[in-house]
Design a binder for this molecule. Structure first.
Ligand SMILES: *Cc1c(COP(=O)(O)O)cnc(C)c1O
Length: 340
């Protein structure tokens, strides 16, 4: 394992998140034994994977004297919700710049107002948690460019803003999942469990990159299978492996073999956040069999991938698969039509 203590860190969760066996889902699918890592139960308002990244990102911001956080995402961004919750907990200002969703067919980079957000789910929580500003731009806008421009104007007013990229996915944010990999390896040892695969949603790539680096650092060869939520395999894998390389570099590790990065693009459907039949089936199945809620944008599509890979025989009865539940459940209430 690699020491993370040289990096400043805040603590937003008490202890490790649970690692649970899913016996009814495993029996229903008739394939591998499936376990779930409950990162939906991380701290900050309603938890989810961004909490782990923010422990390092917000600590970095504080160590640099920041008094405001700026970040970007979709209108239902879990990352924006959790960045705002962390800002509230730390007494920092927080500004959000978000882009509207794609239209129903996944096409068109609409102008602002083409697909206005509903006042529900995470978008509701931006208001309740008292964001200092929320700007809604058209789909496809240059969010990070706008964030840098806002940072510049805040600096001109004497503030010290800190810009966090989409999904908190840079080497500092990925440290949260290097740590999660170590946390899981300890849990596997305690449970005398030998997972043959870890299956995770893959979006802005910080979670999967961090997991790969953390396993590599610990000398574990458990493969991490990413299920993409927004990109094809050829577009996603270089994003992940670039972040794997820069995170490994930050930690002074030996290079990570490129083959460790696997991210399947078969379960995206027509685009980011747009529902698929596999997603609705997976959300309903895991709710009914295990009483666990997934979300429609990330974990629902990743679980659809897991289920399909079991049905294809890619994971057999001798396998033990750990599925990462990365949170996102508040977004369920913003996408009820997918289930109607
Ligand atoms: C952001 C997010 C992901 C994807 O994680 P990345 O690090 O962006 O790849 C998965 N699940 C949920 C609920 C998220 O909010």
């Amino acid at each position: 394992m690699v020491a993370l203590n040289p990096f400043p860190r805040r603590s937003y969760t008490d202890g490790p998140t649970p690692l649970e066996h899913l016996p009814r889902l495993s029996a229903e699918l008739g394939g591998p034994q499936i376990w779930i890592k409950r990162d939906d139960r991380l701290g900050l308002a309603q938890g989810g994977n961004k909490t782990r990244k923010l422990e390092f990102l917000v600590a970095d911001a504080l160590s640099k004297g920041a008094d405001a956080l700026i970040t970007v995402g979709g209108v239902q961004s879990n990352h924006c919700r959790l960045t705002l919750a962390a800002a509230r907990a730390e007494g920092l200002d927080c500004h959000l710049i978000v882009e509207e969703d794609l239209g129903p067919e996944g096409v068109g980079l609409g102008p602002a107002g083409a697909n206005p957000p509903e006042f529900t789910g995470n978008f509701l929580l931006f208001d309740l948690l008292g964001a200092d500003s929320v700007r809604v731009l058209g789909n496809g806008s240059d969010l990070l460019g706008e964030a840098e421009a806002l940072a510049e104007s805040l600096r001109a007013q004497g503030k010290s803003p800190y810009v966090i990229p989409v999904g908190g996915s840079n080497p500092i944010g990925a440290l949260g999942y290097v740590d999660c990999a170590h946390e899981m390896l300890t849990q596997f040892a305690e449970a005398v469990l030998q997972p043959t695969n870890i299956v995770t949603p893959s979006g802005s790539a910080g979670m999967q990159a961090g997991l790969i680096v953390g396993l590599h650092a610990a000398g574990s060869d458990i493969p991490v299978v990413g299920i993409n939520v927004s990109r094809s395999r050829v577009d996603q894998e270089p994003k992940i492996s670039d972040l794997v390389d820069s995170t490994a570099h930050l930690l002074d590790l030996t290079p990570v073999p490129r083959e460790r990065t696997v991210a399947l693009g078969d379960y995206v459907g027509t685009g980011y956040a747009l529902p698929t039949p596999g997603m609705t089936e997976a959300v309903r199945l895991i709710a009914r069999t295990e009483g666990i809620l997934l979300d429609p944008v990330y974990t629902g599509k990743a679980a659809a991938g897991l289920i399909d890979l079991v049905r294809q025989g890619r994971f057999g009865t001798d396998d033990t698969v750990v599925f990462i539940h990365s949170g996102g459940v508040p977004g369920l209430y913003a996408r009820t039509q997918a289930f109607a």
